[in-house]
Design a protein around this ligand. Structure first.
Ligand code: COD
Ligand code: ZN
Length: 374
């Protein structure tokens, strides 16, 4: 493309500090360096973790360009890039896959050593590719997708089929895969099993979809907001309940309902009490509980170790446990083959300039996923 090798001036949503509004303004995006890829973003979803940075609940440097769930097309590549070429449709990967670290070399696990989980905010060489108002702007989770153009490391991009609709498959970059993978990849839900899902937001709905795809016979949705039940039933829950409807602890109610506890439970709220409730609600001997929600940082958990001694398994996963570069293209192929639906998760589509409105829909609880189009 004509822009290859040049600085691109384009619009991006810059967060100048915690608890400030996102400011859509002109930024400079440097060309990709060796083993880097510059991507034109076509669609980007708004995820709860982006909001955590705005609220100051998740570590970041400022100014920063947020966004970590998107689809786009490769504009240009740096030296030595082999995985994609200009014109390829891609999903940027907030969890990269370097194929060299101990996790990448193991058949299990997906937390590649290159993941920017601590908020370093820079690419591999320690510098940023964004500038705004004459100063460097930090990257978020290595991919910063709330920008018309972004630069990512080669290990943080997955090529996908050209026909995939960006405004839908962008959800495979985070929300959908996080929930669906927790059920099919990390929990390994079995046919005929009973599953309980705590938290029926977008990620919880994706967990239900995964339980259903894996052949679960019974899927119980749990949420304190009963407005969430209809959608949960629409994507595969067989029954729903609110912990607020009983004086009894919810784990006791669920244990009674399931004849001693579920085969699989999932915590998709991000609270310490629901993490323990989810563990207690799986069968005391062979139940498996999967933690999907991130706990509030710095808080510690207290629980009765007898719950594990008797035989329960307690697991957790980020991005559903998927090996990102290997599995994202396969998930897109499964979507194109209609193995699952993403429409139920997308409640709003807005032009990129209305990003602030998209965050208001999220924080007021009106949206499941808002997708921004560029
Ligand atoms: N009991 C039951 N349900 C509850 C309770 C409770 N005590 N409290 C709140 N809820 C319900 C809410 O009513 C809501 O319906 C649901 O829990 C939470 O849904 P959302 O819409 O707020 O959030 P999601 O579904 O978009 O995401 C939830 C996560 C917990 C997965 C998310 O916030 C998170 O922690 N993500 C980090 C984990 C991760 O993998 N991150 C990687 C990049 S995002
Ligand atoms: Zn996310």
């Amino acid at each position: 493309m004509a822009t290859a090798g040049k600085v691109i001036r384009c619009r991006a949503a810059v967060l100048w500090g915690p608890n400030q509004p996102l400011s859509v303004e002109e930024v400079e995006v440097a060309p990709p360096k060796e083993k880097e890829v510059r991507i034109k973003i076509l669609a980007a979803g708004i995820c709860r973790s982006d909001d955590h940075v705005i609220k100051g609940a998740m570590a970041s440097k400022y100014p920063v360009i947020l966004g970590h769930e998107a689809a786009g097309v490769v504009e240009s590549v740096g030296e030595g890039v082999t995985i994609v070429k200009p014109g390829d449709k891609v999903i940027p990967l907030f969890l990269p896959q370097c194929r060299k670290c101990s996790t990448c070399l193991s058949p299990e696990g997906n937390l590649c050593i290159l993941s920017d989980v601590t908020g370093r905010g820079v690419l591999g060489d320690g510098s940023t590719r964004f500038r705004c108002r004459g100063q460097p702007v930090y990257h978020f989770m290595g991919i910063s997708t709330f920008s018309e153009f972004t630069v990512v490391g080669e290990s943080a991009v997955a090529p996908i089929q050209a026909a995939a609709p960006p405004e839908k498959v962008c959800l495979i970059g985070c929300g959908f895969s996080t929930g669906y993978g927790a059920a099919v990849k990390t929990g390994k839900v079995t046919p005929g099993s009973t599953c309980i899902v705590f938290g029926l937001g977008g990620v919880g709905l994706a967990v239900i979809m995964g339980c259903k795809a894996a052949g679960a016979a019974r899927i119980i949705g749990v949420d304190i907001n009963k407005d969430k039940f209809a959608k949960a039933m629409a994507v595969g829950a067989t029954e729903c309940l609110s912990p607020l409807d009983s004086q009894q602890p919810v784990s006791e109610v669920l244990s009674e309902r399931t004849g001693g506890g579920a085969d699989f439970t999932f915590e998709v709220v991000g609270r310490l009490d629901t993490m323990v409730d989810a563990l207690a609600s799986c069968h005391m001997n062979y139940g498996c509980s999967v933690m999907v929600g991130a706990p509030p940082s710095t808080q510690k958990l207290s629980f009765d170790p007898m719950m594990l001694l008797t035989g329960r398994t307690w697991k957790g996963c980020v991005f559903g446990g998927w090996k990102s570069q290997d599995d994202v293209p396969k998930l897109v192929t499964d979507f194109m083959a209609k193995k699952f639906d993403l429409d139920t998760l997308i409640t709003h589509i807005l032009p990129f300039e209305k990003i602030q409105e998209g965050f208001e829909l999220l924080t007021s609880g009106q949206s499941i996923r808002t997708v921004l189009t560029f």
